[in-house]
Write a protein that binds this ligand. Sequence first.
Ligand code: NOJ
Ligand code: CA
Length: 718
Amino acid sequence: MLQIYWGKKTALLFFVFASTFWLQAQEITSPDKNLSLKFELKDGGIPSYQLTYKQKPVIKPSSLGLELQNMNSFMDGFTVSNTAQSTFDENWYPVLGEEKTIRNHYNELVVTLAQPKNNNRFIRIRFRLFNDGLGFRYEFPKQNDLSYFVIKEERTEFQLAGNHKIFWIPGDYDTNEYAYTTSKISEIPSLMKKATIEINAQCPLKELSVQTPSMMKSDDGLYINIHEAGLINYPAMYLEVDAKTNKMMSHLAPDALGAKGYMQTDAQTPWRTIVVSDKATDILASKLILNLNEPTSYKDVSWIKPVKFIGIWWEYFVAGRSTWAFGKENNVKLTDDFTKLTPNGKHGATTERAKEYIDFASKNGFDAILIEGWNIGWEDWIGNWKEEVFDYVTPYPDFDVKAVHEYAASKGVKIIMHHETSGSATNYERRLDRAFEYMNDNGYDAVKTGYVGKIIPRGEHHDGQWMVNHYINVAKRAADYKIMIDSHEAVRPTGLNRTFPNWIAQESARGTEFESMGGLAPDHTTILPFTRLMGGPMDYTPGIFQTDLSYYGTGSTQRVNTTLVKQLAYYVTMYSPLQMAADIPGNYERFPDAFQFIKDVAVDWDNSYILEAEPGDYITIARKAKGKNEWFLGGITDENSRTANISFDYLPAGKSFIATIYADAKEANWKENPQKYTVTKFIVNSKTKLKQYLAPGGGVAISIKEANSSELKGLKKL
Ligand code: NOJ
Ligand code: CA
C-alpha cells in the first residue's frame, strides 16, 4: 500500500511536500529556480531522470539502475512506493579551504522504488538539487529480502543534449596521469588511441571511456561537469561514451574477480554529481562536491594545519646529481644488510643535505621539508610486483633520523615523511601502525604516500573498492596518530577531505614531475582546475624557476612549458592547503625578487574570488588569506598571450593597499624567454581596474597588503 512519508523534522531540515498523487513523476527546482530535476518511471518500471538549466536541457531523459551478480537486477519492474521532498540550508566551516564558510543549500527529493516481482525488494534514489548542480545516489536500506549483494555494473546514464566540447583523459583503472585531449564528444573514438599512448598508461578500459571529473561545454554556452562525491566502500566510476548519441554511462572499476562492489544493507553508492552553469567561473566556485560529503567526525582538528614546504625531490627528476637509492645494487631484499651495500655516491637523502634544506626552509619561512629516499629499499623498488619493498622504519646508513629531527626542531621546521608503497598496499597495511608510531616517536606530523606500479593484492586496481577502502583506512588510522596525508597515485578525490580533513592533498593527475618527462602542454593547468581539482586539493608541486632543464648539463633537453611567473600564479590557481616550492633552493637564490611571492603567499583562505575563467584558455583567481588582511592573485594563460581583466572590488572599500605585481616581461615567452619578468609596486583600492599582459604560456601573480601612509609614499596609484 502506498503511504505518505513525513520527513524527519529537525531545526534545519524542513518538510516541504509529500504526495501520493504524483508519484510516477516528480519534479524539484534548485533554491534559485534555475535548475529543474524531473524523476519518472518509464514503461516497464524503469527509473529515469532529466535535468534542465534555465530551460535548456543538461541531461535528457536518462535511465538509472544497477545490475547485480547472480540476482535479479535493480533496473526495471519498479513501482514508486514513496516520495518525499525537503529543503536544507546550513553553513559549515571547513578545517582548511578556499572559503572560511560554505553554504550547503539544496532541495531534496527521495524516491522509494519497490519491485513487486522481487518480493517488494526496494531501493531509494536520493536527489539533491543545489544552485550549482545536482547530486544523486542509490540507497539500499535494510530489509527482509536484501542483505548481501554484489554489483555487476552500475547503469547510470547521462544523456547529454549535444555533441559538446569535452576536456578528457582515457578511462584507466590505475592512473589519472594522462595529458588532456580537447575535442568534441564525437571525436573521442578517433583520438582515443593517441590519447592513451602515454608512458604512464596502466590499465586503460577496453570500452571507449573517459575519466571523471569530466568537463564539457555545449555549443550554446553551458558548462557541465560530471564527477562523484563521497567515494567510500565502492569502486570509482568512469564514463563509457556513446559518441554517436552523446550518451555517457557509468562503468565501475572491477576487483580481481571482475566484481564491482560487495554490498551489505544499509548501504549506498557515492553521489553522482553534475555541476552546471552558463558561467565557467561558477564551475570553479562550486562547493557541491564538498557539500555532498559527510561532516567530519573528528573531535579535535587543531593539529591539522596548512603546509608550505620544500623538498629533497626535484633533484631526483632533473639534476641527475642524486638518487633515492643509496646502493649500487639492483637486486636487494628487505632482509639484506643495507649497511653493507656499495654506495652509489649519489644518494640524495643524506643527513648533510637534509640540514642544508632545513637551513633554507628556516631562513625563508617554510613550514616543512619533504625528504624522499631516506629509507631502505629504493635499489629495487619498481617493476618487480614485489610484496615487501619497504619497511618504513629503517633509514639508510647515511641518514640520521634523530639528528635531522633535532636540527629541524631547533630551526622550527618539520620534516615530511615519505611512504612509497610501490603499489604493495598489503605490505603497507601490515606495517602501518609501526610506521605511524615511528613518525610520532621522531616528530613527523605529515606523510606523502605513493602507489607507483601495479597493486598488491595482485589483480586489484588503484581505483577498485579494495583500494578505495585502503586509502580511507590509511587516512583514518593516520588521524589516530594526528598525522596528515598527501597521497600520490591514489584514486582521484571526491571531496572526502571534508570527512577526513587530515587527508589534506592528493596528486592523482599529471603533475609537475611530467615537466621533466616530456613536458606538460601550456593549457594543461587551465584544464586541471575544471577536472581533477573539482574533487579536491592537488599536490601539483609548482614553483619551478629553472625551466630549461639542459641547464643542469646532464644531457636533458626537457623544458618546463611555462614562464617563471606562471609558476608563481599556480600557488593561487591550483588550490591546495599543502603547497610545495618544488625547485632546488639554489634556483630560488638566483631569483630572489620572484621568490618573495612564494615566501609571502598564503595556502589557506577566508575567501576566493574566481574573476575570469575558460577551460583550456585562462584562469584568474584572487583569494584572501585566512585570518589576515592580505590578498593574493594568480592569473594564467595557455600558449596564447592575453590581457587579463583584473578587478580589486573584493578589497574593503575606502582604503589604500600596496599591490606587488609579478608580471611577464613584454619579450617573455614560455619557449624562448621564460625567465624575463618584472616586479612592480602600486597603490590600489577596491575601485582599481587593471589590464595585465600575460605572455604566451605565461601568467601574473599579485600580492596585496594593507599599508600605512609612510609605506605608501613614493608609490604610484594604478
Ligand atoms: C611518484 C610521485 O608522484 C613522486 O612525487 C615521487 O617522488 C615518486 N613517485 C617516488 O615515490
Ligand atoms: Ca605521480
